[in-house]
Design a protein around this ligand. Structure first.
Ligand SMILES: [Zn+2]
Length: 359
């Protein structure tokens, strides 16, 4: 029932990010909005529960007639942002049943997942009448992707975000694994490629295989810095180290992977904004120079983002919708109401424009 891979996986041999932050305890940002005591990252609580939850009844939204929707490829695209997938709803937590209902509801409304890379490449290849949505999972917590070890095999925990996603995909084969994971390789409290040091039962040596699994499934790998530094607080050198080492760790897990998307921790820009896009860092041990050049930068909020066909589309500032309360569904309602929803015409060669400009 669950995807499984054999044990005997790669050890942690590549880089300092393997042991978390190599030069001692990570400095921690403590923004005032950290909602939960004991928080070690300013946008994610330190603890979560793996306890399972009874499936709640999911209300079935009406299935619309997809072909009847008028194509509008200049409409807005929701980029939904999830943190912990847990046993209750909170500012940075989505209760599992609620997450499942989000998937059902969003699917029934005629949305299908795409990656940021697909938006960058203008490869939103959906059938006529369907709309793109981007799911982004931030911070690489075990709640998003955890393994259970059984008889020498690793199974994906069906209660983790990925387990729920893959189960949903099984029921809806046209729901692809086009989501985005914005990961930390060396943060505290298990926010290190989905768990380390036994935190929430996750072994350090499972980290790289998890990242590889995501890549193999077609998910996009996105950099979210090394340990979630509030980039406005640090020197240019530290900003570049944070971003370069985040990228380096992804490259260590999936050699040669080209990271294109970067999510700003807390949505906070570095003082020198250009360093969010481009910079370099020299590894003091090996003297290797790690360069990065991000093509897309994700903000933390701001509403649905512009279509890549919109002349004002700015890939270096892509707005997102936090999965808090009734969002992202609430935003989909608004898009429906104001007629500003991206709707595919089913033809990748043409860009369908609305007859009248959206309000
Ligand atoms: Zn984050």
């Amino acid at each position: 029932m669950f995807a499984s891979i054999a044990l005997g996986l790669l050890g942690c041999v590549f880089l300092s990010a393997c042991s978390g932050k190599s030069d001692g305890a990570p400095a921690r940002d403590t923004a005032a909005r950290a909602a939960v005591p004991g928080t070690s990252l300013s946008d994610t609580p330190a603890t979560t529960s793996n306890s399972s939850l009874p499936a709640s009844g999911s209300p079935k939204p009406p299935v619309p007639d997809e072909a009847a929707r008028t194509p509008n490829e200049l409409g807005r695209i929701p980029v939904a942002e999830y943190h912990l997938i847990s046993d209750h709803d909170a500012l940075y937590e989505r209760e599992r049943g609620h997450f499942r209902r989000d998937l059902e509801d969003i699917y029934a409304r005629g949305y299908r997942p795409v990656t940021i890379s697909q938006i960058l490449d203008r490869k939103i290849d959906l059938p006529r009448g369907l709309s793109p949505i981007v799911f982004v999972f931030d911070d690489a917590s075990p709640s998003q992707f955890s393994y259970i070890e059984r008889n020498g095999k690793l199974e994906i925990d069906p209660q983790s975000g990925l387990g729920i996603w893959l189960d949903f995909r099984k029921k809806h084969p046209d729901w692809s694994s086009s989501a985005v994971f914005c990961m930390l390789p060396g943060a505290a409290a298990g926010r290190s490629f989905f768990g380390d040091k036994g935190i929430e039962g996750q072994k350090t040596e499972w980290r790289f295989p998890k990242v590889r699994f995501l890549h193999d499934q077609g998910f996009e790998l996105c950099n979210h810095t090394l340990w979630h530094a509030n980039l406005a607080k640090y020197s240019d050198a530290v900003v570049q180290e944070q971003i370069a080492r985040g990228q380096l760790a992804i490259d260590s897990a999936v050699p040669g992977y080209k990271v294109r998307t970067f999510a700003l921790p807390l949505g906070v820009w570095p003082k020198n904004r250009s360093l969010a896009k481009q910079g370099s860092w020299t590894d003091p041990k090996t003297h290797n120079v790690v360069r990065y050049n991000n093509e897309a930068i994700l903000e933390v909020a701001g509403g649905p983002t512009r279509s890549p066909y919109d002349p004002q589309f700015n890939p270096l500032s892509i707005n997102r919708i936090q999965a808090v309360g009734n969002d992202p569904v609430r935003t989909l309602d608004k898009l429906e109401k104001n007629g500003n929803r991206y709707i595919s015409d089913g033809n990748p060669a043409t860009v369908a424009k609305p007859v009248a400009p959206p309000k």
